[in-house]
Design a protein around this ligand. Sequence first.
Ligand SMILES: *Cc1c(COP(=O)(O)O)cnc(C)c1O
Length: 243
Amino acid sequence: MTEQRKAELAEALAEVRARIERACVRAGRSPSEVRMLAVTKTFPASDAALLADLGVTDLAENKVQEAAGKAAEVGSLRPDATVRWHLVGQLQRNKARSVARWAAEVQTVDSTRVAGALDRAVRSARESGERTGPLDVLVQLSLDDDPARGGCPAAELPEVIDNITRSSEMSFRGLMAVAPLGVSPDSAFERLAEIAARIRHDHPEATELSAGMSGDLDEAIAHGATCVRVGTALLGGRRLTSG
Ligand SMILES: *Cc1c(COP(=O)(O)O)cnc(C)c1O
């Protein structure tokens, strides 16, 4: 069973990597500019461990509780793997303490309140020896200004980013966005790219642009994505919907 699943994942991984490469070639970019996060939400820790065996060590989850458990499980299944966990779902302030223990990167900071909670949580996790380095942070931009879907309105980006860059516990790495439903990914990512260029003007170190999922990673790469977040195309359809 495990061997069969591993072969399945290896085949899907080869396809996704080829797709990323083709999109990069079309965009005149180098595939080395685009990292891929495997979004393992709703899939078991055993799948995450097999991905790590296949060399995929950037793993992402969208729910804090599921992620905390899975990160611990993968840690015991593959004690020698250097997996980096990423949070790509909405973060409530009261979950910041958990995130500070297992996340290498949070891509969904969208308010000064969440930034403040992470600053305190990372500091206390470092003081108690539960974490070593600072937290990499991307600010999630809302492309539809719908607060229910998470993300920071463009007008509030500078203030949120200021809060992050003033903290010694976080490194500001760039922006993340999800293309809104009912809008062409092309126009959504075009707007994202414009805003990202403005942010990079003030923060040249913040080079990351996380955009594109199984359905729209080609368009995202065409518009400059440096990080794509792939679930379905790697792991298959999710039986349970999760965010
Ligand atoms: C689930 C999820 C993904 C992956 O989506 P797929 O369509 O399964 O590739 C990417 N980003 C976020 C924020 C997600 O929640």
